[in-house]
Design a protein around this ligand. Structure first.
Ligand code: HEM
Length: 335
């Protein structure tokens, strides 16, 4: 029996390490574990009542003691880690062979050195790297963890996904993203997971930079704006089963995959999640690799598996749960 979040956050964190710094860490590496713990602490406290109070009244809460103060400590530690690692990358940079985002940024920084208006300077490198670590690790690992909980709770859906995996991929090769177009049920399940768990129900808070009028409402400059993604993702006029976990929300009458404009767990428009493409690939490859090789078994009766979130604030976090990964027999299905 394992608590899956630990493994999934290590996998998600290593993907971000590879993109940003061009390296990966051993699963027991102290630095990897420390980064995961700092990001998890920041995210969960930001979702707690303390985090929400800070969100609403930052000018006052800055001075009031409480759990939210831990966020600043975690962010400072994360920032120090990023600064230190950027320096290491800088020392062994080979301009003819960039390994990562940080290398590419450093090369561009050197090229734009003489431009006083450049956006490619150290502050932007460090803060953008920190932002991507913060935005890309916990989101993905929580979504994958929640996916396993939902699929364990609904074994018929799990069985249908595994049947599709057997038909399209088989068990003797790794999944690739091109397989997805031939797997309408699996595609619908992945969309439904992202819709149902509604990871960031209020999106990410934004602030107006000018006075604007939106649908007849005047919104002054510097107003905090919360795009309530939940209200769209659970809208009964867009989804036939808004409050159920039901892949039919994304299937047509011929069981083909049905796109839906109200599907916006990653927000929409110009400021849509930067990791949109990566999320789609990670969700498909990681989830399908697990389900291609394992069955999921719960130590508690399915009726007692609670799929409602443990914490619901900035993010929706599932309750802790255990599961057993039961290896599936290797069988050659597709030639
Ligand atoms: C299932 C996983 C994820 C979910 C549900 C998610 C969701 C979101 C949402 C709702 C936003 C707000 C967009 C807005 O305010 O308009 C956002 C922004 C962002 N996401 Fe993600 N995200 C996920 C994974 C990732 C990953 C893997 C990365 C890493 C590359 C990432 C990087 C970002 C960044 C940098 C922003 C800020 C974009 C900006 O300010 O313009 N996200 N994400």
């Amino acid at each position: 029996m394992v608590e899956p979040r630990h493994y999934l956050s290590k996998a998600a964190c290593n993907v971000i390490f590879a993109i940003m710094f061009g390296n990966r860490h051993d699963y027991e590496d102290v630095e990897l574990l420390n980064i995961i713990s700092l990001i998890y602490t920041t995210f969960t406290i930001a979702s707690s009542e303390w985090g929400q109070l800070y969100e609403m009244f930052p000018w006052a809460m800055k001075y009031i003691p409480g759990r939210h103060q831990k966020i600043f400590i975690s962010l400072k530690n994360l920032l120090q880690f990023v600064e230190k690692t950027v320096e290491i990358n800088k020392k062994n940079l080979d301009e003819s062979n960039p390994r990562s985002y940080v290398d590419a940024f450093l090369i561009k920084m050197a090229k734009e050195n003489a431009n006083p208006k450049t956006e490619f300077h150290m502050t932007n490198l460090v803060t953008s790297t920190l932002q991507i670590f913060f935005a890309g690790v916990e989101t993905t690992s929580t979504t994958l963890t929640y996916s396993l909980l939902l699929l364990m709770k609904y074994p018929k859906i799990l069985e249908k996904v595994q049947k599709e995996i057997d038909q399209v991929i088989g068990r003797d090769r790794c999944p690739k993203i091109q397989d997805r177009s031939q797997m309408p049920f699996t595609d619908a399940v992945i969309h439904e997971i992202l819709r149902f768990i509604d990871l960031l129900p209020m999106g990410i808070p934004r602030k107006t930079t000018a006075d604007i009028t939106y649908r007849g409402y005047s919104i002054p400059k510097n107003t905090n704006v919360y795009p309530m993604l939940s209200s769209v993702l659970k809208d009964p006029s867009h989804f036939p089963y808004p409050n159920e976990f039901n892949p039919q929300n994304f299937l047509d009458e011929n069981d083909g995959f049905k796109k839906n404009d109200a599907f916006m767990p990653l927000a929409a428009g110009k400021r849509i999640c930067l990791g949109e493409g990566l999320v789609r690939v990670e969700m498909f490859i990681m989830l399908i690799t697990i389900l291609q090789n394992f069955n999921l078994t719960s130590p508690v009766p399915l009726k007692d598996l609670d799929i409602s979130p443990e914490i619901s604030g900035l993010g929706n976090f599932p309750k802790l749960f255990n599961l057993a990964f039961i290896p599936l027999p290797v069988k050659h299905v597709k030639g």
